[in-house]
Design a protein around this ligand. Structure first.
Ligand SMILES: Nc1ncnc2c1ncn2[C@@H]1O[C@H](COP(=O)(O)OP(=O)(O)OP(=O)(O)O)[C@@H](O)[C@H]1O
Ligand SMILES: [Mg+2]
Length: 408
């Protein structure tokens, strides 16, 4: 791995949305790499005491002008979360830095556009229809299917439907979620063939379109709907090497088909075994790293964090990856019912479970919480390490069983 010393003293501009799990880890990574940091944000606190330039993700031209006049030399621009990707692409282009083209970033942020581009490129994916005028009869996909908005994340508004009545209800519910979240109410709704099978995510770094995998997480609790909570993630994957190689190659081709060539990607796939042969299919791909606090379950050589690797990659330093020893994982604590979070019992017992390395409760006590399909937050994260993936999974399940969220 090229050493962190190669980037010391370089200047990084971090674009930080006001609501994100990811800011602290990027700011810490920049500090550990001894980078000069400038933050562009529309509301984040002055993180780590670094200077902050105000930006507005809804006014890309104005924000690019303000950043160009406020900052001096910048060696790389990194969006710490999805909302800032369009601005990062525009600014990177204005500064002549290697980065993803604005069109590629826009394509990756739109689930319907992804499907269209992948269909053109022959990327394996579920059958799909883009509903216009919510015309369910025109969807012609059969059941079970999955309906989803094209612009949301965190599984919000993603609903399985097993018959026409359920699909009709899902479309009404998605419209309500879009209205509430301030998105265009008339955005298309995507209806996809429901693909059963083992789910995995692939995180990696692109350099000139070539993918270096940073982590493959299995999702042993792959949900089968009607909502799709993401809970357990365990790495390394227990899939056979040939299946993993096929999945990785598919993710790399899928990223290229969207026009992505630089920086982190987070791909989600299922292994479709309906034909008798394991066949990876793309669920989706984002031009960012894994969300939530999940990256804290990863440790690379000499304690290097995923965010350090992302910053080094953005600064053009070669990143050579070796698989970490042992296994690790994270369990995202789902919100099981709506109400006000009063307390979470059993935290001491959960932390004491062998293999558990951390527990972070990320929702303040007293806050109103909502389950899927509306909610977009987890109660917190449990982290574990172990000799192998089975140990890690068992530790996470045991710790989860010790916790009781009191929601009234
Ligand atoms: N066509 C499909 N077949 C089977 N399962 C699906 C399909 N589409 C989505 N899912 C399930 O729903 C989950 C969320 O869907 P998707 O990734 O499209 O939405 P998202 O809001 O981006 O989710 P997240 O932000 O949590 O990744 C997937 O991880 C998968 O478990
Ligand atoms: Mg997803």
């Amino acid at each position: 791995m090229s050493s962190p010393a190669a980037v010391k003293g370089k200047c990084i501009l971090l674009l930080v949305p006001p609501i994100t799990y990811r800011a602290t880890d990027f700011v810490d990574a920049a500090k550990r790499l001894e980078l000069d940091v400038v933050i562009g944000s529309d509301g984040a606190l002055p993180l780590g005491g670094n200077p902050v330039v105000r930006v507005d993700p809804n006014d890309l031209d104005g924000s690019v002008r303000r950043l160009l006049s406020a900052v001096g030399r910048v060696d790389a621009v990194v969006a710490v979360d999805s909302d800032m990707l369009p601005l990062a692409a525009r600014l990177g282009a204005a500064l002549g830095l290697a980065g993803n083209a604005p069109d590629a970033v826009a394509a990756a942020a739109d689930k319907a556009m992804q499907r269209r581009l992948w269909a053109e490129a022959g990327i394996a994916q579920p059958g799909f229809r883009i509903l216009s005028n919510d015309d369910i009869d025109g969807s012609r996909l059969g059941f079970p299917c999955v309906a989803k908005p094209v612009s949301l994340s965190a599984s919000r508004g993603v609903l399985r439907a097993d018959d026409k009545a359920a699909l009709t209800a899902a479309v009404v519910e998605i419209r309500a979620i879009l209205a509430e979240s301030g998105h265009a109410q008339d955005e298309p709704i995507l209806v996809e063939e429901y693909v059963p099978g083992w789910e995995l995510s692939i995180d990696g770094l692109l350099t000139d379109g070539a993918l270096a995998v940073t982590a493959v997480f299995d999702k042993p609790d792959t949900p089968d709907g009607p909502t799709f909570e993401e809970t357990l993630l365990v790495t390394p994957s227990r899939l056979p090497a040939a299946t993993l190689a096929a999945a990785t190659s598919l993710a790399e081709r899928a990223a290229r088909a969207l026009g992505l060539r630089h920086g982190p990607i987070h791909a989600e796939l299922r292994i479709d075994e309906r034909s008798g042969e394991p066949r990876p299919v793309m669920l989706e791909l984002a031009a960012r790293s894994i969300g939530g606090l999940c990256s804290r379950s990863l440790h690379f050589l000499d304690g290097t964090s995923l965010e350090m690797l992302i910053l080094m990659n953005a600064l053009g330093a070669g990143v050579e990856l070796r698989p970490p020893r042992g296994a690790s994982g994270v369990l995202m604590l789902p919100v099981e019912r709506g109400g006000i979070l009063q307390r979470i019992e059993g935290q001491t017992e959960a932390r004491a479970v062998t293999g558990v390395t951390g527990l972070s409760i990320t929702i303040p006590i007293g806050q109103t919480v909502r389950p899927l399909p509306q909610g977009d937050r987890y109660l917190g994260f449990i982290f574990a390490e172990g000799r192998d993936a089975g140990d890690v999974e068992a530790a996470l399940r045991l710790a989860h069983g010790k916790l009781r969220a009191i929601i009234v």
